[in-house]
Design a protein around this ligand. Sequence first.
Ligand code: SAM
Length: 243
Amino acid sequence: THFGFKTVNRNDKVGMVAGVFHSVAGKYDLMNDLMSGGIHRLWKRFTIELSGVRYGNSVLDIAGGTGDLAGKFSRLVGPDGRVVLADINESMLRVGREKLTNQGVAGNIEYVQANAECLPFPDNSFDCITIAFGLRNVTDKDAALRSMLRVLKPGGRLLVLEFSKPTNEVVGKVYDRYSFDILPKMGKLVANDEESYRYLAESIRMHPDQETLKGMMEEAGFAEVRYHNMTAGVVAVHRGIKP
Ligand code: SAM
């Protein structure tokens, strides 16, 4: 299979993303820790701090995968709150549900199979929406951003945590080397799946940089859009408010 984006059409991309995440679901958490050296935990913690989620809030974690953010939100919002863990991929959802159930945090979490481009929730449903390392996999990102805006309550926040463009040339070079040479080899070694991790590197390369994503969020109708670089811009978290 060739994963070059310029040559795949929309349906191919949807099928390909599904295939990638079916095949990595069982090893996903382990690979995350290995590939980021555990740093993804810090990126997620910062995102949660920035979210301002409080007791009683309702939160949607879209592309929530194996539920790292949803688990933390579940504790923050408490029994009077609501957390929806949504993902397009049933294998990822299943692994997430099992993990959270084992951690004993499942009480206020709902699991929904959904596409970020057309969210199956009423208007003005959530105080906060997060999408972590998910937007780059979505084919129609503008549609996804509009859909998220629609289901947010006025004053609600969207947080997009995603790989971005390194702000430092040296870091950028090292990082390119790492993602194109080392990542696929690690994928092969640990998950016996080189192609999926090659796809990962390519999807990171293709994803809009900090300013472009900021512009896309503004275009979709978000207000007060700001972003914070982490790890020299390898990752950025964007936040916008529904007016
Ligand atoms: N948010 C989790 C985390 O940070 O660990 C999981 C991130 S994982 C890299 C990306 C997830 O996005 C996968 O679980 C995949 O199934 C999901 N995904 C891809 N395209 C999607 C779409 N159009 N709508 C919803 N989820 C999608």
